[in-house]
Design a protein around this ligand. Sequence first.
Ligand code: NCD
Length: 304
Amino acid sequence: MKKDLLNILDLTEGEINELIATAEDIIANPDAYAHRCDRKKLATLFYEPSTRTRLSFEAAMYELGGQVLGFASATSSSVAKGESVADTARTVACFADIIAMRHPKEGAPMVAAQNVDIPVINAGDGGHNHPTQTLTDLLTIKREKGRLDHMTVGLCGDLKFGRTVHSLITAMSRYEGVDFVLISPEELVIPENVRTDVLVRGNIPFVETRSLEEAMPKLDVLYMTRVQRERFFNEADYIRLKDSYILTRDKLTTAKSDLSILHPLPRVNEISVEIDRDPRACYFKQVLCGKYIRMALILKLLEV
Ligand code: NCD
């Protein structure tokens, strides 16, 4: 039976560990993987803007010897003529072996998956989930910290609409001894379903705060996020909230010396560029991790 990746919970902890191990082996021995996907094709169907996710999927497939087709915006495909996600997916499945789809509507990649016999990967659906960013984040944290358990993870910014946040909390809640500090304005706290279904039900320790300064000394990982302008109903609310948190050198004075600072990117204003040279800044290493973990994922879903 074909396997999709729609939600990070589609993978067991064991499968995530295997993907991380494969990604690390690819990093160590890239030549051994250069022809694993010869003659295979990946379709990238992106109905929303993307730089890292789409290009890292494409680079991943090329580095495995495969080929890539697809579209980078809804306006350049028959979607602009009113074609449904199901029909587009069925069409693309005639040409490709695996699909990565990003869509502004929650659940769109699931609809695609239900209509085709090839694996479908959710590359971000609305404000819902972003499982491959989470795999990227987990690989980055594993490489930086040497573990995924026993740590305090701070998530800061737009916790309401940030799909990467929802998937990362869900994934990291499964590791022992992980607790969360959720730093956001009142209006952008985590959605009720993440709070009750993941944190409360899982008995996961977490605190919510408005203050990044207060949280800083406790953190092993700080995951900064952008305020998700495209999900706001009202531009005035976005403008009021967009600069709620800006990480500067001053704010890091109370941080642990081995803090790891992550950001799924794109950055708008949340991290001052002066931090980029700080050895604790991991967000560009994180981008590279995204390519390797997607290579591992493509291999797994194509069963090669
Ligand atoms: C994120 C996304 O698309 O959700 N970007 C990414 O995939 N690296 C984060 C964001 O857009 O803020």
